[in-house]
Write a protein of this length. Structure first.
Ligand code: SAM
Length: 188
C-alpha cells in the first residue's frame, strides 16, 4: 500500500516536471539558451561510437546548439535531421542521437519516455544516480563508456569564451535506449 502511494507521488512529480517543461519550451528560441547548456560535441565523440549507430536509419540530432554536431554526423555518413526546432514540440527521425541541454535533463527524459524512440544521448555520468533517471529508465539503459573524457566546445552567446580551453571538469556516458547493443556496458 505504502509503496503504491510513493509510486503515485513520484509519478505526479514527474508529470508536473513534464507539464512545466512543456510550458517553458513553448517559448523556446535559439537565442534564449541557458549559458551552461552550450557544450558542443566534438566530431571525435561521434566518430568513437559510429559503429553503434545504424546507417540505414534516419537520425534526429534533436538539440541544435551551433549546428556543428549534425554536420559531424553527416560527415560520418549518417542520414541526419538537425534543425533549429523545439525538441519538446517535434517528433522526427527514427533514432535520436544527441547531446541535450544538461539543465533540462529531467524534462528531456520525460519527453523521451513519451516518444519511446531509440536514442543515444551524451549526458553527465552523474545523471544515472538521480531519482528521476531511476524512476524513468531503471533497467532500460545500456551504457557506452568513453575511452577518455569528452571535451566539449563551450559557447557563451554563440562565441567561445576567452580563456576556455575545451577542458571539461565532468565525465559523460553515452546513454543508449532500445539500441540493442551486444553488451549492457560497452567500454570503448
Ligand atoms: C549541450 S548543447 C549540445 C548541442 C548539440 N546537440 C551538440 O551536441 O553539439 C545543448 C543544446 O540544446 C539546445 N536546446 C536547448 N533547449 C532546446 C529545446 N527546447 N529544443 C531544442 N534544442 C534546445 C541549445 O542549442 C543547447 O546549446
Amino acid at each position: 500500500m505504502e509503496n503504491t502511494f510513493v509510486d503515485n507521488v513520484s509519478e505526479i512529480k514527474l508529470y508536473k516536471i513534464f507539464i512545466i517543461s512543456k510550458r517553458k519550451m513553448a517559448t523556446f528560441t535559439n537565442k534564449g539558451f541557458i549559458k551552461h547548456d552550450d557544450y558542443m560535441t566534438p566530431k571525435s565523440a561521434w566518430d568513437d561510437i559510429k559503429q553503434y549507430i545504424p546507417k540505414d536509419k534516419l537520425i534526429w540530432e534533436a538539440f541544435y546548439g551551433n549546428g556543428d554536431s549534425g554536420s559531424h554526423l553527416k560527415e560520418l555518413g549518417f542520414n541526419v535531421i538537425h534543425e533549429e526546432v523545439d525538441f519538446f514540440e517535434n517528433d522526427l527521425g527514427d533514432i535520436i542521437v544527441s547531446n541535450p541541454p544538461f539543465s533540462k535533463v529531467p524534462q528531456v527524459l520525460a519527453r523521451m519516455v513519451e516518444l519511446d524512440k531509440p536514442f543515444i544521448m551524451i549526458m553527465p555520468s552523474s545523471k544515472i544516480n538521480t531519482q528521476y533517471f531511476k524512476k524513468l529508465f531503471k533497467n532500460k539503459i545500456q551504457l557506452i563508456i568513453p575511452k577518455k573524457r569528452i571535451h566539449f566546445e563551450k559557447l557563451v552567446d554563440g562565441k567561445k569564451p576567452e580563456g576556455w580551453r575545451n577542458a571539461c571538469n565532468f565525465d559523460c556516458f553515452y546513454y543508449c535506449y532500445k539500441m540493442n547493443l551486444p553488451s549492457d556496458i560497452t567500454w570503448l
